[in-house]
Design a protein. Structure first.
Length: 197
C-alpha cells in the first residue's frame, strides 16, 4: 500500500494561534489557496481511496484534492481528528502554555483537563492506519488529517518515544508518503510543502 498523508490547510485559528482540537474551524483564504495547490500537486497521482477527519478543515482540503479524481469519494472518520484539547479548546496557545507550565505536566502526558494525551491520540491513529493496511493492500490511499495525528504516527513508525524531543511540526498541506510492502515500510516523503513555494 502507498499511503499519502496530507495535513489540512491553514485556518483562521491557526493564524491567530488559537488551540483548535475538535473545534470545527474553517480554512482561511490562505488555507483555501494551500488546499488548491496541494490538489494540483496530487492531480496526476492514482488514488484509490480517500479518508479524512470529519472536521471541516480536513474535509474541505480533501474535497479540493478529489476534485481532480473522478469518482473518488471521501470517507470521513472521527478517528482521524486532532487531539482533543479539553477545556483549552478555543483558548490561545499562550494561555495553554502558561497553564501547562504552572501544572508542571509534560505536554505529551497532559489531557488538557478533559481532552486526550498524545499517548491516546497515537493509539487511535495507529489502530486506524493499521486497519487501512488490512483493507487496502496494493492500493494508494490518501488520508487528510491534522498535525497531532501525523506527528504521533511518524513517531510510532520510527520507534521514537512520544516522550522524546523529536516532535515534528507538521506544516499546513504538507505531504508525507509511506510505502508498505511485505510487512516493511519506507518513508519516502516527510512533511513536504514544496507545492507552496
Amino acid at each position: 500500500m502507498k499511503l499519502i498523508i496530507v495535513r489540512h490547510g491553514e485556518t483562521y485559528e491557526n493564524a491567530a494561534k488559537i488551540v483548535q482540537g475538535h473545534l470545527n474551524s474553517q480554512l482561511n483564504e490562505l488555507g483555501q489557496e494551500q488546499a488548491k495547490k496541494v490538489a494540483l500537486r496530487l492531480k496526476n497521482e492514482k488514488i484509490d481511496f480517500c479518508y479524512s477527519s470529519d472536521l471541516s478543515r480536513c474535509v474541505d482540503t480533501a474535497e479540493e484534492i478529489v476534485n481532480y479524481h473522478s469518482g473518488l469519494g471521501i470517507v470521513v472518520s472521527q478517528e482521524l481528528r486532532e487531539q482533543a484539547k479539553g477545556k483549552f479548546t478555543g483558548k490561545t496557545r499562550e494561555e495553554r502554555n502558561a497553564a501547562q507550565k504552572e501544572m508542571g505536566i509534560p505536554y505529551y502526558a497532559w489531557d488538557f483537563d478533559g481532552g486526550e494525551t498524545l499517548f491516546q491520540v497515537s493509539e487511535r491513529v495507529v489502530n486506524f492506519m493499521e486497519s487501512l493496511l488490512d483493507k487496502h493492500e496494493d492500493k494508494t490511499v490518501l488520508v487528510v488529517t491534522h498535525g497531532g495525528p501525523i506527528t504521533t504516527y511518524l513517531l510510532h513508525l520510527q520507534n521514537i518515544p512520544i516522550e522524546s524531543d523529536e516532535y515534528i511540526s507538521i506544516k499546513n498541506t504538507s505531504i508525507t508518503e509511506i510505502n508498505y510492502q511485505n510487512e516493511t515500510f519506507e518513508l519516502t516523503t516527510i512533511n513536504c510543502d514544496q507545492h507552496l513555494k
